[in-house]
Design a protein around this ligand. Sequence first.
Ligand SMILES: Cc1cc2nc3c(=O)[nH]c(=O)nc-3n(C[C@H](O)[C@H](O)[C@H](O)COP(=O)(O)O)c2cc1C
Length: 200
Amino acid sequence: MKKILHIISSPRGEASLSIKLGNAIIEKIKAEHPGSTLKEINLVTQPFPHLEEAHLASFFTPAENWTSENIAAIKYSEDAIQEILDTDIIVIGAPLYNFSIPSNLKAWIDHIVRKGITFKYDENGAEGLIKGKKVYIALSSGGIYSDGPMQPFDYAEPYLKFILTFIGLTDISVFRAEGSSIPGMQDAALEKGISSIHLN
Ligand SMILES: Cc1cc2nc3c(=O)[nH]c(=O)nc-3n(C[C@H](O)[C@H](O)[C@H](O)COP(=O)(O)O)c2cc1C
């Protein structure tokens, strides 16, 4: 039995390929681990705010000195980090937007990457502090980026892998529903993505 956290960043609901691919990953996890539980975080219907001065002030104030204003501002970050700590597996659905991730997913990332909480620096450099979680990324794109001439222009996969590894989430698998903008490829994009799913 596993606890699964599904991070949704596409606004397209039932039409979304990244959500469908993420759900297919979750079905496979549930089949392998009967009784697994699922929590969905929808960054479209419940967006995280862009970082403002109040968030930064609370990030850099020791918890024992937090004012009620600091506590209100840091709640997004505290809750998002706790949701990660409470889960075994994180499934992140991400459409490729302008060759990168959607800004709602970046806003969530800005709340979970916190010095002293999810990473630290010491004499050996940076160390990620979240340990022992599995991450699956369900990436959708109109074009093809797994190989071919556009491969260098997918900034979503390398960025997600780097930033998640930076906070300790090192065990990452990426599956793609790609090529949906290519005439005749829409159904095949999702089918190929789903059939590529293998859990490890
Ligand atoms: C605002 C926007 C930007 C997009 N940018 C790209 C892009 O840079 N490269 C690409 O291949 N597809 C791009 N697409 C196509 C989407 O990645 C593709 O339709 C994907 O299936 C969307 O994910 P979803 O089905 O989960 O919503 C873009 C779509 C939108 C709406």
